[in-house]
Design a protein around this ligand. Sequence first.
Ligand code: NAD
Length: 373
Amino acid sequence: MPASSTPVLNILTLAGDGIGPEVMAGTRRVMDWFQSSGRMRFNITEGLVGGASYEAHKTPLTDATLAAAKAADAVLLACIGGPKWDQLPYDVRPERGLLRLRKEMVLFANLRPAIVFEALADASTLKSELVAGLDIMILRELTGGIYFGEPRGIETLPDGSRRGINTQVYTTGEIQRVARVAFELARKRNRRVCSVEKANVMESGVLWREEVTKMGAAEFPDVELSHMYADNCAMQLLRRPKQFDVIVTDNLFGDILSDMASMLTGSLGMLPSASLGAKDAHGKQMALYEPVHGSAPDIAGKGIANPLAMILSLAMMLRYSFSLAADADLLEGAVKNVLAAGVRTADIAAPGQTTVGTAAMADAVVKELGRLS
Ligand code: NAD
C-alpha cells in the first residue's frame, strides 16, 4: 500500500466511445499496479465524453465534466465517436465534446512522440535501420496560427470570381509559451530543440524564429537550438529521422509533420499524445493525455483493441504532469520488453503470429512491471 505521505494524483478518466472503455480498463489495471506497489496514490474520478455523454445527457460534454477536467491534476481520455452519432447535428456530435475540452482548458501545446520499439521496426514503411530505436517528440502549437487567424472566409470579387482567405497570425506571447514548453521538454530529454517555420517566405516565421532564438539564449543556454524550414524538415524526417530530439512548430506545419512522424512508427495502436496548457501561479498545468487513434468501431466490443497507446499516454502523464520520470521509464521499459517477448495484439502482429486480446496485453505489461521493479 502507498505510504500516507505519497502525494495523491487527482485524475479524471474519460473512457469515451467504441474501444475507449476497453483500452481504459487495460490502463486502469496498470494504474492499480502503480498504486498497490506503493509508488503513487490515484484519486480517480470517471466521467463521460463524446457519444457516451450524449446518450446520458444529450450533450457530448457537460459543464460538470468540464469543471472536473479543469479541477483535476490531469485528464486521461481514450477516444470518442462512432457511426451511431454521425447523423447528429454538428453541435452535439462526439468530436465537439473533445474540441470544447481542448479549447476551454486552453491546451495550446500538443506533444506527439514518435517512438519505434525495436521489436516493431519492421512495421514502418521506412527501412528498419532508419527507424529502429527512434524516439523524437513533435510539439505542435494547437490554438493559434492559420486555423484560427482573421480575416478568413470565401468572398466573391467584382469580376465574379471567388477568393478563399486564411490568415497566419502569431503574437509573441503565443510563440513564447509554446517555445518554453519545447525547451522544458528538451531538458527532460536530450536537450536539443529544432524550431521549424518558413522564415524565408513568411513574416510570422521570421517573428517565430526571432522569439525562439531570444528565449533560448536568455533562459535555456543549456539546450542546443537549431532552426529548419518546414519543407526541409519534412524531407529530413524521411531521410534521417533520428537526427531530431524535440521539434517545435506552428499549428499548420505541426499538423502535417506530426502525422508524417507518426507514420514512421507504422502503428496507430501504439501512439500516445499529450496536450498541455499554461502553468498557473501555483505551477499547476492543465493537461490532457490521449491515444492518437480513434474509437475503432470496426473492432469495438471484441476485446481485441491494442491498449498500448493508452498505456503509453499514462506514461506521458507520469512524466510530464507529475515529473515521475523513473516510473514513466519503468512503464515504457515494461512495454518495450513485452513487445520484445513477442506479445502482440492483432494490429501489430506479423502474419501468422499468435495474438492476445486487450486485457491479456495489459496483464502482460503489469506482469513485466512486477518483474522489473
Ligand atoms: P480509428 O483510429 O478509430 O481507426 C482506424 C483503424 O485503426 C481501424 O481499422 C481501427 O480498427 C484501427 N485501430 C485504431 N486504434 C486501434 C487500437 N487501439 N487497436 C487496434 N486497432 C486500432 O479511425 P477512424 O476509423 O477514422 O475513426 C473511427 C471513429 O473515431 C470516428 O467516429 C472518428 O470521428 C473517431 N476519431 C476519434 C478520435 C479521438 O477520439 N481523438 C481520433 C480519430 C478518429
